[in-house]
Design a protein around this ligand. Structure first.
Ligand code: DMJ
Length: 549
């Protein structure tokens, strides 16, 4: 008899993406095998609690501020800093789809249909791109293109933003009035110039109209050509403040505020084109090599790494690091896999130690917005994470008669061994002692996502259970200290423990949309099966909206 026909392929799952495409990129995620029941149950419980938390905030937004940019979580008023086009609503769409809350998406769509992006107000081109354009396009894909209105809105928003790119250099203006088609000034930032590429490339992919991708590529090409005459002083280290004639106005380089996501997008453009254009990896590598060489710092005898802004003229570090910089560990870890740079994985882990330390050492378990670490020295691969005693011994052993060469410091394996992937009752190790060196500069926790973003990426790459525990502790701290009757609020002082009698004393009346787009999404994915939004099949925009590879 003829052999039975092969079984039909499983139906396409939008949360798993395309699983059989050809790529030049090596696998990013580790192989997790089949997890034991105790692990599945624990993750499922935690995932549901994250979803419940998301729904608590979403319900508050729907009840008191539906269609506005933000809910103010204490007064239950609304706030419209992003054009009033429903930033929280649009930023939540991809998370709603990942959490399989499709009926909520249908409800949200009723508010999207009437959106008009022509408004006589100065709006941020960057925020409109990452929150709205990224939100529409990702939701369009994750809903299997079921709602054409999402693509229509992406096109009409992009078309209203396009004139903002008609500056002397092609760099978009920081602020743009979509009604008068004017900008109040000539300013922009490196992060703003370098963070439109993924969204505009995706829009070309979905519409077939090359204009969006061309505008974005022209910016990348300009950055690539930049030299001394533009104010660049160290190759790959682009200062943050620019004008739209294409000149850096100051010399401070930052992997945090105003610089961050432009470095991230070099790597992610490489991913989105599956490595087919060598320009993006070249630019990323140049920036990361210069950052490691000039900017990165270590605290002697500890695994903590520190990445403050850096003056590229005087060649001196600034005195602080911000929470925004905590996306860097995730970026470095991905780059380590994608571009075969194993040393970057060590840096990723060291920086994440610092970011997580900033949560673990405070009374609330939440991280401050800005901090300073005293007594650091430039990063040195040979002395990093070694105590003074160890280094003294390593330096002096040959003066001792009969002494033999000491073994080099042991490097933990890059990946957790299979048998240690799913421990029962995992207990986190003690914290590094560094509080003597630490000073908090801005005490607020703004509900930011960067540390949980890096935790999620490091977990998917290494499988190390400590990342899930770190993430869980952060989630519990958010539940305990940020929750209000209607949603979640910014904490004013992470050192101040609020007790049950005065729960709101330490809150500020603010909740940015990235709580829904990013913080809750990354926490949810940290406890989801690893083939859900796998890093091998999706690339996230900087607002955590996944695009299909
Ligand atoms: C988000 O809007 C984006 O991640 C952006 O790149 C900078 N950070 C905020 C959230 O902190």
């Amino acid at each position: 008899p003829p052999p039975p026909p092969p079984p039909p392929p499983p139906p396409f799952d939008p949360l798993k993406g395309h699983t059989d495409f050809e790529t030049n990129i090596p696998p990013i995620q580790r192989s997790f095998g089949t997890p034991p029941l105790h692990h599945v149950e624990k993750c499922e419980q935690r995932r549901l609690l994250v979803k419940k938390a998301f729904l608590h905030g979403w319900t508050g937004y729907k009840t008191y501020a539906m269609g506005a940019d933000e809910l103010m979580p204490i007064s239950n008023k609304s706030h419209n800093p992003f054009g009033g086009w429903g930033a929280t609503l649009v930023d939540s769409l991809s998370t709603l789809l990942i959490m399989e809350l499709d009926s909520e998406v249908e409800l949200a769509l009723t508010n999207i249909t009437a959106l008009n992006f022509t408004i006589n107000e100065n709006i941020s081109v960057f925020e409109s791109t990452i929150r709205y354009l990224g939100g529409f396009l990702s939701a369009y894909e994750l809903s299997e293109q079921k709602y054409p209105v999402l693509l229509d809105k992406a096109i009409s928003l992009a078309n209203t933003l396009l004139p903002a790119f008609d500056s002397p250099s092609g760099l978009p203006y920081h602020h743009w009035n979509t009604a008068t088609k004017k900008s109040p000034n000539q300013n922009t930032f490196f992060a703003e110039a370098g963070t439109v590429q993924l969204e505009f490339m995706m829009l070309t992919r979905h519409t077939g109209n090359p204009v969006y991708q061309e505008k974005a590529q022209a910016i990348t090409d300009l950055l690539d050509r930049m030299g001394y005459e533009h104010g660049l002083r160290i190759p790959g280290l682009y200062p943050s403040e620019m004008d739209t004639r294409g000149r850096f106005k100051k010399s401070m380089v930052s992997f945090g505020a105003m610089g961050d996501s432009a470095f991230e997008y070099f790597l992610k453009e490489h991913l989105l084109v599956e490595g087919e254009n060598p320009q993006y990896a070249r630019m990323y590598t140049e920036s990361i090599d210069s950052m490691t060489h000039h900017m990165l710092r270590q605290l002697s005898g500890t695994p903590l790494l520190y990445l403050p802004p850096y003056n590229s003229i005087t060649r001196t570090p600034d005195s602080y690091m911000d929470h925004l910089t905590c996306f860097v560990p995730g970026m470095l870890a991905m780059g380590a896999k994608v571009l075969d740079r194993p040393q970057d994985m060590i840096l990723a882990k060291g920086l994440l130690e610092t970011c997580v330390y900033m949560y673990r050492h405070t009374n609330t378990g939440l991280s401050p917005e800005i901090w300073s670490i005293a007594g650091t020295e430039p990063y040195d691969r040979l002395t990093y994470n070694r105590t003074k005693e160890e280094l003294d011994y390593a330096r002096n052993w040959w003066f001792k008669p009969n002494a033999t060469i000491p073994p080099p410091p042991s490097i933990p394996p890059a990946q957790v061994p299979e048998e240690e992937l799913y421990p029962e009752n995992y207990v986190l190790g003690p914290m590094v002692l560094a509080s003597d060196h630490l000073r908090i500069i801005d005490w607020r926790y703004l509900l930011r996502p960067e540390t949980v973003e890096s935790i999620y990426i490091l977990y998917r790459i290494t499988g190390d259970p400590k990342y899930q525990e770190w993430g869980w502790d952060i989630f519990e701290a958010i539940e305990k200290h940020c929750k209000t009757p209607s949603a979640y609020a910014v904490v004013r002082n992470v050192l101040q423990y609020t007790n049950a009698e005065h729960p709101y004393m330490n809150h500020a009346d603010s909740m940015e949309s990235f709580l829904f787009a990013e913080t809750f999404k990354y926490l949810y994915l940290l406890f989801s099966p690893p083939d859900i939004i796998s890093l091998d099949h999706f690339v996230f925009n900087t607002e955590a909206h996944p695009f299909r590879r």
